[in-house]
Design a protein around this ligand. Structure first.
Ligand code: BES
Ligand code: MN
Ligand code: ZN
Length: 497
């Protein structure tokens, strides 16, 4: 898809389609008024006759509108003007794109980016128009024998801005939107791939390929044997039940002078979580292929940031493993020694995410990080607490937590903070080791983060539990690409500060 910005008159666009907003009830947007005027009331006549109310989600495709130069005019219902905010904006862009795609307009000039969205500026509107477009065009059909793609898909979109002064802002916004969409696309593909393909070696290969394409990126892969030798007893306790070797995957992007401390992203990469010996029930177990959603998210965020060539030092670490109940698998009751030296009694082999992550968190100390953000589909409890709206955020550093919360609000990929009070730590006590990997009844999301916090004492750290946000279940089952926008927005904020 090719994106551009322009500042022009709607009636003068030589394109397959011009996209115009209509508010409820029957109120033309400014660009609509302009077309109405040159066409001697053609649009207002239709509205008066009742062809369209302007309700959110409506679409009306018109041909040969008098005195206009485009082949078609597409009217998109935007709902009540005073309610028009982020969510509605996303919905109208999506509706416009799917309609264009289904009706053969291969290029279009879209005036929806001119509409007033509460509290949002041109940069935001153009960037989100790009993101919403790419988001609604995404499909994952590489394993379908017959492709269901449109015969004449949209190829070129121009978003209109109100003044020529805004063109530079618009171009910058497009570049950001394209990079973030690419990151989200990579994350979704990686997560949607079946677990027999997207195993730890596959993710490692993808990382290696990224480092070959970009000479500012270095890649390091450690296999199970090396992890064991290094002393990652928790990580290898998880990998040992699987025939597929676990891997620690490191990508290092040097976009800023060496003395600048790096932002480190750590992802949980359980490519399939069967639960291990503490086997999960069978229902919806296929969805545990998404247990590498954290890995996919940090990979996507890394892709987005490097696509934009941001002046930042960024390191991505993925703890990749399969959690399987093999003959060599760890058992409930096993005690292991972590890379930090602390010992853990494994009371439930299904609490494996924290086991691979704790060693990765100790590992990243060597980078002298500015901040460390880990991302994980860590607890079912987080789905109970926050559903699919917000990712759970926990942190040992208030400024970092606030920056992440604000970044989420700005890009619409939101997080919500939960406390990490010391009192919760008591739930991790073990009779036989320094701690257990099980928090017991109540506050499962928090006690999982408490476990991780014991390995993140040496730096500013935040943890994102994306168990509810990384993928959708049911009829529209699929990866969402979250939290790529959130991570990228945070990094952008850091670079611009
Ligand atoms: N990957 C799961 C968490 C999960 C479950 C995410 C369902 C999304 C949907 C994680 O490894 C897990 O199994 N967690 C257990 C922890 C428990 C054993 C302490 C859970 O949440 O039940
Ligand atoms: Mn598990
Ligand atoms: Zn898991």
């Amino acid at each position: 898809m090719e994106f551009n910005v322009k500042s022009g008159n709607p009636e003068k666009q030589r394109s397959a389609c011009v996209v115009i907003g209509v508010f409820d009830s029957r109120k033309l947007s400014q660009a609509g008024e302009q077309i109405d005027e040159v066409s001697e009331g053609y649009l207002s006549n239709l509205l008066r006759r009742g062809d369209m109310e302007g309700k959110l989600g409506q679409a009306l495709l018109l041909h040969n509108v008098p005195n206009t130069l485009s082949d078609r005019v597409l009217l998109i219902g935007c709902g009540k003007e005073r309610d028009f905010s982020d969510k509605q904006y996303h919905a109208v862009i999506s509706k416009a794109i799917t309609t264009l795609n289904e009706t053969g307009s291969m290029d279009a000039v879209c005036f929806l980016s001119e509409l007033n969205v509460k509290g949002r500026d041109t940069h935001w509107k153009v960037r989100h128009a790009v993101e919403s477009t790419q988001d609604s065009l995404y499909s994952f059909d590489q394993f379908k024998s017959k492709s269901e793609s449109a015969r004449r898909p949209v190829r070129r979109l121009v978003f209109n801005v109100t003044t020529r002064k805004e063109l530079t802002i618009g171009e910058q916004a497009i570049a950001e939107g394209v990079a973030i969409s690419k990151g989200a696309h990579v994350a979704r593909d990686l997560a949607n791939l079946p677990p027999n393909i997207a195993n730890p070696s596959y993710i490692a290969e993808q990382a290696k390929m990224l480092s070959i394409e970009n000479d500012k990126i270095e890649c390091l892969i450690l296999d199970e044997k090396e992890l064991k030798e290094m002393g990652m007893g928790a990580f290898t306790a998880v990998t040992q039940g699987s025939d597929t070797s676990g891997k620690l995957i490191v990508l290092n992007y040097k976009g800023a002078p060496e003395e600048q401390k790096p932002i480190v992203l750590v992802g949980k990469g359980i490519t399939f979580d069967s639960g291990g010996i503490s086997l999960k029930p069978g229902e919806r177990m296929d969805e545990m292929k998404y247990d590498m959603g954290g890995a996919a998210g940090v990979f996507g965020g890394f892709v987005a940031a490097t696509e934009m060539q941001l002046e930042v030092n960024l390191i991505m670490v993925i703890a990749a493993a399969e959690n399987m109940p093999g003959g060599g698998a760890c058992r409930p009751g096993d005690i292991v020694k972590t890379l930090s030296g602390q010992t853990v009694e494994i009371l439930n082999t299904d609490a494996e995410g924290r086991l691979v992550l704790c060693d990765a968190l100790t590992y990243v100390e060597r980078f002298n990080p500015d901040v460390v953000i880990d991302v994980a589909t860590l607890t079912g409890a987080c789905v109970v607490a926050l559903g699919d709206q917000a990712s759970g955020l926990m942190s040992n550093h208030n400024p970092l937590a606030h920056e992440l919360l604000n970044a989420g609000e700005l890009c619409g990929d939101r997080a919500w903070r939960l406390p990490l009070w010391d009192e919760y730590q008591e739930q991790l006590e073990s009779n036989f080791a320094d701690m257990s990997n099980l928090g017991g009844k109540g506050a499962g999301t928090i006690t999982a983060a408490c476990f991780l916090s014991r390995f993140a004492k040496k730096y500013h750290w935040a943890h994102l539990d994306i168990a509810g946000t990384a993928w959708k279940s049911g009829k529209s089952k699929g990866a969402t690409g979250r939290p790529v926008p959130l991570l990228t927005q945070y990094i952008l904020g850091r670079v611009n500060a």
